[in-house]
Ligand binder design. Sequence first.
Ligand code: JN2
Length: 836
Amino acid sequence: MFYHDQLLESTPLPHLTELPPLGMDAASLARDFRHYYTYNLGRDRHCRSVHYAYEALSLALRDRLMERWKNTRYAYDERDCRRGYYLSLEFLMGRSLGNAILNLETHEAVRQGLYSLGLRLEELAEAEHDAGLGNGGLGRLAACFLDSCATLALPVQGYGLRYEYGMFRQKIVDGQQVEEPDHWLRAGNPWEIERPEYTQRVPFEGRSEFYRDHAGETRVRWVDSRDVLAVPYDLPIPGFGNGTVNTLRLWKAAATDEFNLGEFNAGLYPESVAAKNQAEHISMILYPNDASENGKELRLRQQYFLASASLQDVLARWGGTQGEDFSTFADKNVFQLNDTHPSCCVPELMRLLIDQHGLGWDEAWGITTRTMAYTNHTLLPEALEKWPVRLFQRLLPRPLEIVYEINARFLAEVARHWPGDTERQRRMSIIEEGPEPMVRMAFLALVGSFSVNGVAALHSRLLTEGLFRDFYELWPAKFNNKTNGVTPRRWLAWCNPALARLITDTVGQGWVADLPQLAGLAPRADDPEFRQRWRGVKQANKERLAALVRQECEVEFNPQALFDVQVKRIHEYKRQLLNILHVIHLYDRLKRGDLQGWTDRCVLIGGKAAPGYFMAKTIIKLINNVAHVVNADPEVGSRLRVAFLPDYRVSAMEIIAPGTDLSEQISTAGKEASGTGNMKFMMNGAVTIGTLDGANIEIREEVGAANFFLFGMTAEEVEQARPSYDPAALIAGNEELRQVMRLLESGHFNQFEPGIFDPLIASLHSPHDPWLTLADFASYVEAQRQAAQAYGDQEHWTRMSILNSAASGRFSTDRTMQEYNQEIWHLQAVPAEPVR
Ligand code: JN2
């Protein structure tokens, strides 16, 4: 290792150090493509699978990333810069090929190079399997953040897990969700580089004991542990057109060699191999629960595995240059925790600094609380992570001791601040007392971090007023807001090339890395000729979406109709049920012959339900049954179409967002922390129908009330209405709602499946319905009527569409990352050396 370093430094090895940069022209790309296809993959013109062509192109592009990647690492090392780490159990990356092409700005050359070989880029790109290493919002946000950090040349590395199985694939059978495993690595992954030389060792179980070190000091060590190896796989994260390539490091769990001892002991051989399997289970599967924890032991193992491997990796790099001097560690490193899932980092950094590196408590605590920052992504109580102390004790005995010590010192501070207020100490304790004592992970993250943020203005305010109120009173300066965003590279430039071209023709090309420049579109909203071009692009994108719906759902969408879309995880608080009630209302109108001011409409709903979430699965079944009845009714014709799109995922959204007219963001106010799909739709010229929830509020502020269909109660009104919520009175007082409930309850949508929707019907009737679904029905229907009317005037609608895109500049993750950097991370941008 060192020998080679010196060799590279001292001896001239021109063949290693001065490789000429790889050509970015069509001919060079085509040559390298052929090289990989023929010599590396061993395929020829008779090969029937397009997958190998995808792979050959990916390898050719990966080579181009590789030299920029190395330059970026060198640049960070030479500057000895302060670095950021984004720790997340989820990175919902989607496909990488298109992203690499776009960010290397080599789209045209690739297209031409492939054309010269008789190949089409679109077809190759379709062969890539999504990297679905996340559930929804929180995972996709992490992926958008990495894109923006690389584009801003910020020295930020992602740390996550390399799940063998990503988010399940959703099939719809008889209207019901069926989950299939997503073995996404089966065909190999050309984008990852295994780096076994940076393997780390993560302890579990065992116990801690005191001992005396060489200097006679009493120290603690974790003994009799069962260790698991963490093997890193690196993914390149290219910035847009700037030569930067950052890293996403994903850990795979592997058994230590000790497991092989079993081979020498034939009697225990099967047990030994079983133990090896168990170690490797840690990174086997992504938990498919969006926003609710299920308390499984394996999940806690995953969380600690990520925390420990990542921190050890950072400390090993630190030791390589600074030895055992940690005096400037906190000046040079910052860790952003993506929700509480990686919050084992707090006790783990303490453990590593104290037990492994000999620091005292106060110095270690100073470092920890100057390097950790925590982002909260939900207010839903069921998503607040708690782990039984007993489980924590068995799996992580030494970290638990440290949690106890952190808590004891913290509660002493609470007692100093509020003398005699034992109730407050009980409320704020990291350990929840009771028959089964629990570790409250959010409080652990709060106490261990110097920054705590929510993900939209409303959400951040609600955190300080509710869930984290005591902590806000104690440490107001810790709390801040960072409104989410999405990357405009994937979510506009790549997924909507026709609109991107029109925008570039209109405002120049700077918008791709400076989204507020889209404001330059606004003056053109009143230009009839521009509107016509804008409408033409939307129309073509709707045809593309209609083709997807035809292929996946066997439902015919007419691109002249209003495309009304709700895609996101299925959850009661997101109120897909309210959407389908409106669909039933429209159906009822058609059956009654009420065609006054009618606008033809195609309703698309998509999303996955957590496999154990019965109500969410029943909602999927209802959507499919309603779709079946409506689409088959000759009286409805093409006036109303309904489809449920199976297997909603990143690559599907790349077709859906550009083809949408109306974006459904209809959660119960106060429940959706931010939402990010809302931003993707807006950028692509959809108009939002939504509640005053999450980032919808800020979207409406940016675009103006006239270009947003608002309905429903505010978060404050929701909390006020709760005690007196009376669904029976709402039904009795609203003829349209009465008709909808009558249709639903008559079994019209479940003729041969009696009773299957009773749980949904009961939840709508319940005065304790936490989502107050019926309270917003009337105003939702009214807002939908206004949207339909607005769509009827195509000039007016197109104007709104343009203004939505034009006002979306704030919702780029470039802005979000700049705010994190200016207010939390304080990193210096390190522009990469251009590849000559
Ligand atoms: C989340 C929040 C979210 C979770 C997910 C167990 C739990 C989990 C926990 C994931 C698991 C896997 C807490 O709902 C919000 C959106 O409003 C917001 O836009 C995004 C990004 O900030 O975060 C979502 N929350 F096994 O996904």
